[in-house]
Ligand binder design. Structure first.
Ligand code: SF4
Ligand code: SF4
Length: 82
């Protein structure tokens, strides 16, 4: 688990972190593409690709709707006590 965002300072720590996709577990249902609001996920010929974007919201919605575990969000947004 990696810290991506210090919510206290509203400081982004690492913009390069994106969800991780395991194509061997994907059944091509397309649910992740429908919930993604940043356009990072695209479906071509029933195969998902992750495009690096500047504004992934790190919402984890893609991980939540993926019933096969093909998408993992390896980060956490942590409020840090002052
Ligand atoms: S974490 Fe949210 S914004 Fe980022 S790729 Fe997944 S659904 Fe899209
Ligand atoms: S929700 Fe999961 S199984 Fe469905 S297309 Fe996306 S990655 Fe594949």
């Amino acid at each position: 688990m990696r810290l991506i965002f210090d919510i206290r300072a509203f400081e982004v720590i690492d913009l390069s972190i994106m969800p991780i996709f395991d194509p061997t577990r994907c059944d091509g249902c397309g649910l992740c593409v429908t919930v993604c609001r940043c356009g990072a996920l695209v479906m071509e010929d029933s195969i998902v690709s992750i495009i690096e974007v500047d504004n992934c919201g790190w919402c984890t919605d893609c991980e939540l709707v993926c019933e096969t575990g093909a998408l993992q969000c390896p980060y956490e947004i942590i409020p840090i006590e002052s």
